[in-house]
Write a protein that binds this ligand. Structure first.
Ligand code: HAM
Length: 430
C-alpha cells in the first residue's frame, strides 16, 4: 500500500491529529481572511511553482532555502528550471512587477494562503509541505506600514483566541549597516573558526549574521563566550530612527512587543524591520509567524526599486498552538436529513428530493436500499436531525415518512412541504 511522503500531511475532518483537522485549518484561514479583508487588503493567488530564479534571487543565495537545497527544483520538459514555492513573498513581488501594480495607488496590499514547500528535516511543527497565510504591503517605505502589518498579524492571532503570544521585534538594518556588522562578526569569529560548525564556517564568509541563528550546541557555546554585540548597535542614524518610529506606532496601537536584538530571520531579502511572533507553550519550533521589510527585493527580481513589508503565518504551527491552549473548533454540522430509499425504485426519487433540498439543507442519501431498522442506524451514526423513509407506499402518496431522531416523532410529510418541516436551516454554509 502506497503511503504519503514523510513530512507531508493529509488534512481532513476526522484526522487523529488536531493540527491536521480540516475545520481547524479552515477556521484559521477564514479568520485571517476576515481580518485582512477588513483592512482593505485584496486576495491574490500566484502559481505554486515559478522559475527557480524567482526564489534563488528572491530569498537569496545565502539563505538556508538555497544553501541547504531546501527548494524542490525540477526541469520543465528540458526547458528551464522550475521550483515549488518555498515562500510566497518573492512570487507576489514578481506578480506586482509583472502586472504593473506600481501605477496603482500605493501601497498595494495583498494576501494569500496555500501550500509552501521546503525540503527540511521534518518533525512536529516542521514539515516539507506546510501552509501559510501571507500578507504583503508593497510600495511604501513608511514605518507606519510596518507597524500596521505587525498589528494585523497580532489581530489575526487574537481573533483566533490565542493568548500565549510573544512579539519579538528587531531590525536587520540597511545594507550598509550590515556590511559594517558583518565585518565586525568576521573579525570576532575568525580566531575561533575551528570551533564553528561546518555550516557556520561556510556562513562566516557568505552571511556571518546567520551564525547567530545557529542551533548547533558548539556554536551556541561559543556565542555565549564571545558576548557578541547585537546588530541593533550597528544601525545607522536612518535605520535607527525608522526602528524607533515602528516602536512608537506599535505603542500607540497598544500592541505588546519586546525588542529582541537576536532576531536574524532566515531569508536574505530583509532590511530594517524584522519580527517574529512566538508562542510560550510550544517550545523550540514556536515561531507562529514572521515578517519584515524587503525594500531591495523587487530590484533583485529585475524590477524597479519598490519598498515592501509583510508577514507569513504558519498555519500548522498556529493549529498546534490552538490545541495547546485547549481551543476547540466545532466540527462541521451533521446532516439535517438522511434520506433512505426502502426499495430500488425509490433511489432516483431520493436523489431528486435531496438535490431540491440541498441548497438550503445538508442532505445525505442512502445509496443502497435498506430496511427501516438499518436505515435508522445509519442516520444515527451520521448524527442526522431527521431520517426520511421513502418506500413504495410513500412514493404512491408523494410523501416521506419523516422521523425526528431526538424526539422519535414520526409523521408523513408531502414532498413540497419538506423544506418547511426541516427548518430552521442549520449551518450548511460551512
Ligand atoms: P518564514 O519565517 O520563513 O517567513 O516563514 C513564516 C512562518 O511559516 C514561520 O514563522 C513558521 O510559522 C512557518 N514555517 C516555516 N517553515 C515551516 C515548516 N517547514 N513547517 C511548518 N511551518 C513552517 C517567510 O516565509 C516570509 N515569506 C514571510 C514574509 C512575508 N516576510 C515578508 N513577507
Amino acid at each position: 500500500m502506497l503511503k504519503s511522503v514523510p513530512g507531508t500531511n493529509d488534512i481532513f475532518s476526522q484526522s487523529k491529529e488536531y493540527a491536521f483537522r480540516e475545520p481547524v485549518f479552515r477556521y484559521i484561514v477564514e479568520t485571517a481572511q476576515k481580518v485582512l479583508a477588513s483592512s482593505g487588503a485584496q486576495p491574490i493567488h500566484t502559481p505554486i511553482f515559478e522559475y527557480a530564479e524567482v526564489f534563488q534571487k528572491g530569498v537569496g543565495l545565502t539563505s538556508d532555502i538555497v544553501v541547504k537545497k531546501e527548494m524542490y527544483v525540477f526541469e520543465d520538459r528540458g526547458e528551464r528550471l522550475l521550483a515549488l514555492r518555498p515562500e510566497p513573498t518573492a512570487s507576489i513581488v514578481r506578480a506586482y512587477n509583472e502586472h504593473g501594480m506600481k501605477v496603482w495607488p500605493q501601497p498595494v496590499r495583498l494576501f494569500t494562503w496555500g501550500p509552501i514547500f521546503r525540503a527540511e528535516r521534518h518533525q512536529k511543527g516542521r514539515y516539507k509541505q506546510f501552509h501559510q497565510v501571507d500578507y504583503e504591503a508593497i510600495g511604501s517605505a513608511d514605518p507606519l506600514v510596518d507597524a500596521e502589518s505587525i498589528a494585523l498579524m497580532v489581530k489575526i492571532y487574537r481573533e483566533l483566541g490565542l493568548q500565549g503570544l510573544e512579539v519579538k521585534l528587531g531590525s536587520v538594518g540597511d545594507p550598509e549597516d550590515r556590511l559594517r556588522y558583518n565585518a565586525y562578526l568576521r573579525e570576532l569569529f575568525r580566531p575561533h573558526v575551528k570551533r564553528l560548525s561546518q555550516d557556520s564556517q561556510a556562513r562566516l564568509e557568505s552571511n556571518p549574521m546567520r551564525i547567530l541563528d545557529s542551533k548547533d550546541p558548539g556554536d551556541q557555546a561559543l556565542l555565549g563566550e564571545l558576548q557578541v554585540k547585537p546588530m541593533l548597535e550597528f544601525l545607522g542614524s536612518e535605520s535607527s530612527a525608522f526602528h524607533q518610529a515602528v516602536q512608537r506606532y506599535l505603542e500607540r496601537l497598544g500592541i505588546p512587543f519586546h525588542v529582541d536584538p537576536s532576531i536574524v530571520r532566515g531569508l536574505d531579502y530583509y532590511v530594517r524591520t524584522a519580527w517574529e511572533v512566538h508562542h510560550r507553550q510550544i517550545g523550540a519550533k514556536s515561531a507562529l509567524g514572521g515578517g519584515g521589510r524587503y525594500d531591495g527585493l523587487s530590484e533583485m527580481l529585475g524590477g524597479p526599486r519598490v519598498p515592501g513589508v509583510g508577514f507569513g503565518i504558519g498555519i500548522e504551527r498556529v493549529a498546534i498552538a490552538l490545541e495547546e491552549e485547549g481551543i476547540s473548533i466545532p466540527p462541521d454540522p451533521s446532516p439535517d436529513l438522511y434520506l433512505a430509499p426502502l426499495d430500488e425504485a425509490a433511489k432516483g426519487e431520493a436523489l431528486s428530493l435531496a438535490e431540491r433540498l440541498r441548497p438550503k439543507f445538508r442532505v445525505e442519501i442512502g445509496y443502497s436500499v435498506k430496511k427501516v431498522g438499518k436505515a435508522l442506524e445509519e442516520a444515527l451514526k451520521r448524527g442526522a436531525r431527521y431520517v426520511g423513509f421513502l418506500g413504495e407506499a410513500e412514493r404512491q402518496k408523494g410523501v416521506v415518512a419523516l422521523k425526528h431522531l431526538a424526539s422519535g416523532e414520526q409523521r408523513e410529510v408531502r414532498w413540497e412541504a419538506l423544506e418547511e418541516a426541516l427548518g430552521p436551516v442549520s449551518g450548511v454554509q460551512r
